[in-house]
Design a protein around this ligand. Sequence first.
Ligand SMILES: [Zn+2]
Length: 103
Amino acid sequence: MVRKVKRFQYNFSELHKYAVQVGKPMKELTEEEREPFLLGPLPFNYSCLHLTKKDKCFICGKETGWLDKRHGIYICDKECLTLADSRYEAGEDFNRHPICKGL
Ligand SMILES: [Zn+2]
């Protein structure tokens, strides 16, 4: 199975209107359906939660308050996030932070 991490930013209010129109939950929309609402790559601070409790970056070990929502791991910056994505795509599963369970 090929796993590909996609981090894109969408115009959510328009995407939501479209989802209502076609009668589907937003997360069930296909990539083709989402494409017209694509704004660009998702900025790092949108990919992550900023926590007051800091921990070590999963990749480089630097202390950080950013927790990636997708993988549920602490990540200090965009470069480390890209590395985490490629490790995930290569088949690695991360031990998700409890705060991210169910996100
Ligand atoms: Zn890092």
